[in-house]
Write a protein that binds this ligand. Structure first.
Ligand code: HEM
Length: 401
């Protein structure tokens, strides 16, 4: 299981609720994240304590996850790092609790609604076609680098208002931040991105354009304008929330298509079902893990949790819950109902979900229209995985002829 756990078990934790699980680097998830989580669920209680990463609770049970995510008074978002980080920067709106959270969320909500982002559709199509065309004649590619990490950056830059001629610079900064091998390296990239954001906000303060940042600058927030720090916080959160997530969704979904030629054939014959397929693939391969901090002593699933303790909700388990999605590991378009928490649950449910779905639908449609039947390139190293709060594939080698 890699490193030894480093923390003592608190006295109030019942011994039968202790399971060793390192969500950054657990041996169970090294080969396949979701198979590893299913294996974990078969051997661990729905709520357990792991001594790894400073010691924290892990929630696998769907009903306990929903209790945690819809009770912010008890399970706070103020601390979203495990192990907890002192003086962690405020991420508006994700690291706020009610009532403050709702004020910002209300302000931002309208700009993310389907009506408000509809104008991005032709741009999403344009960029998707562009990046798919770049690899089409090559007979194969490392998909994460060549496609999945490129589309979301461009769409995001247009949406927020970054100059597109800086696309390559941005992509390498973002890639550096999400794929760095140490917290220090990731912090260096984060600082550079903050620098870019600062320059852009200053430029938009001088001259508005038709973009999200200009709207944020002009917005009325509780009878005043947002401060520079608030604009920076919102802008940086959008980077964190809106880029790596879409990349990972595309990568897990495309790996499934590469592994299951029948599903490829089915979707090629019915491109109008790409939106449904995107949702089903997100359900099957949900990849964020959501941390919360216990704000006051409480009880969950008959177990005492103490103020200050960290809780990790493994939201992938909702989509893989057999009682909610029969034959949950099968990817099927004919499900009567599809239940998952891929975009979270409760007050912090993803604001960017309509944009994400637009990007994923466009991606599957264009990819299948342009790329002939493809499979995993077994001559290349198998795709490595990354654990943590946003789990993902570090590479995915595909081939076609
Ligand atoms: C497939 C892609 C995506 C997935 C799976 C995803 C998932 C999530 C999840 C699970 C949360 C809840 C976090 C929590 O409860 O702590 C969240 C929040 C959020 N997401 Fe996404 N997201 C995606 C794409 C995007 C995009 C494209 C954007 C915007 C450009 C975005 C913006 C946000 C924001 C602003 C929040 C915070 C909402 C709040 O705190 O009220 N997301 N996302």
């Amino acid at each position: 299981m890699g490193a030894m756990p480093e923390s003592d078990i608190p006295e109030h934790v019942p011994p039968e609720r202790v399971v060793e699980f390192d969500f950054y680097n657990d041996a169970r998830i090294q080969k396949d994240i979701h198979d590893g989580l299913i294996a974990l669920r078969s051997e661990a209680p729905g709520l357990f304590w792991t001594p790894f990463n400073g010691g924290h609770w892990v929630v696998l049970d769907t009903s306990a996850i929903s209790t945690v995510l819809r009770t912010p008074k008890v399970f706070s978002s103020r601390q979203l790092q495990i192990p907890p980080r002192q003086n962690a920067p405020v991420m508006i709106p994700e690291s706020l609790d009610p009532p403050e959270h709702l004020l910002y969320r209300r302000l931002m909500m309208s700009w993310f609604e389907p009506r408000q982002i509809a104008h991005l559709k032709s741009r999403v199509d344009h960029w998707t076609k562009h990046f798919v065309a770049n690899v089409k004649d090559k007979g194969g590619c490392e998909f994460v680098e060549a496609v999945a990490s490129r589309i979301p950056v461009t769409v995001f830059m247009e949406f927020v208002g970054f100059p597109l001629d800086r696309h390559e610079d941005f992509r390498s900064l973002i890639d550096g931040m999400f794929r760095s091998s140490s917290p220090e390296e990731s912090q260096t990239y984060a600082m550079k991105i903050m620098g870019e954001l600062q320059t852009l906000i200053s430029a938009r303060m001088d001259k508005r354009e038709d973009d999200l940042l200009s709207r944020l600058i002009d917005a009325d927030f509780e009878g005043r304008k947002l401060t520079f720090e608030e604009l920076m916080s919102i802008g940086f959160l959008l980077f964190l929330a809106g880029l790596d997530t879409v990349t990972n969704a595309m990568s897990f979904g495309t790996r499934h298509l590469a592994r299951y030629p029948d599903f490829q054939t089915q979707l090629r014959a019915h491109p109008e079902r790409c939106a449904e397929a995107a949702e089903e693939l997100l359900r099957r391969y949900t990849f964020p893990n959501l941390p919360r901090q216990v704000a006051k002593d409480t009880e969950l699933d008959g177990v005492a949790l103490k103020a200050g303790e960290m809780v990790l909700c493994v939201i992938a388990m909702a989509g893989l819950d057999e009682s909610l999605n029969p034959n949950a590991t099968d990817v099927r378009l004919d499900r009567e109902k599809r239940n998952h928490f891929a975009f979270g649950y409760g007050g912090h449910t993803c604001l960017g979900r309509h944009l994400a779905k637009m990007e994923l639908e466009a991606f599957y449609r264009h990819w299948l229209a342009e790329i002939p039947p493809f499979r995993i390139d077994s001559s290349k190293p198998p795709s490595g995985v990354r654990g943590g709060s946003v789990m993902g594939l570090s590479s995915l080698h595909l081939t076609w002829s």
